[in-house]
Design a protein around this ligand. Structure first.
Ligand code: PRP
Length: 187
């Protein structure tokens, strides 16, 4: 059984601390609360990585809103985008005429968010925006509008705060760079 201490040992550099994450998320939530004041707002969380971000973000948002979830397949068990994007779980509700804000943990190639944005855009929402915690601009293959953004990060394999490697490390409270030897031992 891995302990919290040994999990931390698998990570080298900490890119974004827990305090930095929480401070930035509070700022984003305040902006969202102002921008959508008096409007019907639906947060669409993309499983599984964004659920930690959604959980903190929604509790910092001060206006009425609802949430729903989609699950998308874009990565395999490794670290590279497969290029194959498909819906594993669709929304429970119709978004026609609603203000939709897609919540994602990270945009890398942009294939996943690009697909979601185009797909949801065909469902006649009143508005459609994105809220992304981490942006890796170096690896972008397709353009997607980023309306609310947490942090820009370099092209390193990051885990923690919802982000995983083979399903591991989502529970870390910070965003850090996984050590190469940890990758090898976790395949
Ligand atoms: C990650 C992340 C994004 C996507 C970003 O999801 O949550 O959805 O990859 O990569 P892209 O910009 O190159 O498309 P992943 O498929 O790893 O699933 P998970 O959220 O369940 O970990």
């Amino acid at each position: 059984m891995k302990t919290e201490g040994s999990l931390r040992d698998d990570v080298g550099e900490i890119l974004i601390t827990e305090e930095e994450l929480q401070a930035r998320i509070a700022e984003i939530a305040e902006a969202i609360s102002t921008d959508y004041q008096g409007q019907d707002l639906l947060l669409v969380c993309i499983l599984k990585g964004a659920m930690v971000f959604l959980s903190d973000l929604m509790r910092c948002i001060s206006i009425l809103h609802k949430i729903d979830f989609m699950a998308i397949s874009s990565y395999g068990a490794g670290t590279e985008t497969s290029g194959v994007v498909r819906i594993l779980k669709d929304l429970d509700v119709s978004i026609e005429g609603r203000n939709v804000l897609v919540v994602e943990d990270i945009i890398d190639t942009g294939l996943t968010l690009g697909y979601i944005f185009r797909n949801l855009g065909t469902r006649q929402p009143a508005s459609l925006r994105t809220c992304v915690l981490l942006n890796k601009p170096e690896r972008r293959l397709t353009t997607v509008p980023l309306d609310y953004l947490g942090f820009e990060i370099p092209d390193k394999f990051v885990v923690g705060y919802g982000l995983d490697y083979g399903g591991w490390y989502r529970n870390l409270r910070f965003v850090g760079v996984l050590k190469l030897e940890s990758m090898a031992s976790r395949i």
